[in-house]
Structure formats: structure tokens, C-alpha cells
Design a protein around this ligand. Structure first.
Ligand code: FEO
Length: 170
């Protein structure tokens, strides 16, 4: 049985994952408007992953007899100054998500909630991967430094990213 505190923490995190999906869709829209379909694809797939994170937490909460109080999702940013700015914002956001995931794991440890502790280990490692992906892409964008041919190639590369479910089915 979950503590009230843990139920609230997971509820908040579930809403944060939905916010993340919405934020990444806003970034995908931005890139479609900028005619960078590969970058748009990257954030569309990222949004799908965030929805998958939310659904994992949704299922877990019900499995342990908890419940979700469905509430409003914060508004995402819709205007961006540059390609680099989008990725820096995404990186900053992932760092914030990592902080919240770690807080959940810390409280689970303090409460002796072994199931929640175990369940969120997957998210701990997922955050390592997500932060690393954003950092790598930021480094590449800085390397490109506005070079149009290199930007074209990076856009083509990001076009190849597929959602996990699609990849598993292939
Ligand atoms: Fe659900 Fe990008 O962390």
C-alpha cells in the first residue's frame, strides 16, 4: 500500500510526463514550421516516449491500489529563438525530471517502499539515457555552427529515429 505522500509524488510525476509529451510536441511543431522534418520527427518520437512513461506510471499506480487525481497540465513553451535554444530547453527539462525521479526513489527508500523503489529504477536509468541524448545533440548542433550542409545531414539522421514500439515491431 502506498503512503499518501508517495501517491501524491507519483501523481505529480504522471502529470509531469504528460507535460513533457505536450512540450515536445510543441517543439516538433516548431521544427515543422522551420522545414526541419528530421528534428520534428525526433521530438515527435520523444513525445511518444513521454506518453509511454506516463502510462507506465498510470498502470503502476493502479496495480498497487493507488489512484490518479487527473488535473490540469501546465502550458508548454511555444516560441523558440533557435535550434540550439530548443535543445537547451529540452536538456534543462530532462535534468528537472531527473531531480523529481530521484526524489521519488529517495522517499521510497526512506519509507521502505521496496516495490516503488524497484519500479522507479527503470526511470533512473532512462533519465541517464535521456540526458545523454540531449547533451550529445547539443554538442553536435554547436559543432555544426550554422553550416547548412551539416544541418541537412543532421536533419536526415534524426528522421531515422523511430518510437520504441515501432522499433520492436520491425
Ligand atoms: Fe519522461 Fe523525458 O522523461
Amino acid at each position: 500500500m502506498l503512503s499518501e505522500k508517495m501517491q501524491q509524488l507519483i501523481n505529480d510525476q504522471y502529470h509531469r510526463e504528460l507535460f513533457s509529451a505536450n512540450q515536445y510536441l510543441a517543439m516538433s511543431s516548431y521544427f515543422l514550421q522551420e522545414d526541419l522534418d528530421g528534428f520534428a520527427n525526433f521530438f515527435r518520437v520523444q513525445a511518444e516516449e513521454e506518453l509511454m512513461h506516463a502510462m507506465k506510471q498510470f498502470d503502476y499506480l493502479h496495480e498497487v491500489d493507488g489512484k490518479i487525481e487527473h488535473g490540469p497540465i501546465d502550458s508548454p513553451s511555444n516560441t523558440f529563438g533557435s535550434l540550439l535554444e530548443v535543445f537547451e530547453e529540452a536538456y534543462k527539462h530532462e535534468q528537472l525530471i531527473t531531480k523529481h525521479i530521484h526524489e521519488i526513489v529517495k522517499v521510497a527508500m526512506q519509507e521502505g517502499d521496496f516495490a516503488t523503489h524497484q519500479f522507479f529504477q527503470w526511470f533512473v536509468m532512462e533519465q541517464v539515457e535521456e540526458e545523454s541524448t540531449m547533451r550529445t545533440l547539443i554538442a553536435k548542433i554547436k559543432l555544426i555552427d550554422g553550416n547548412k550542409s551539416a544541418l541537412y545531414l543532421m536533419n536526415e539522421e534524426l528522421m531515422k529515429r523511430k518510437a520504441e514500439a515501432e522499433e520492436n515491431a520491425a
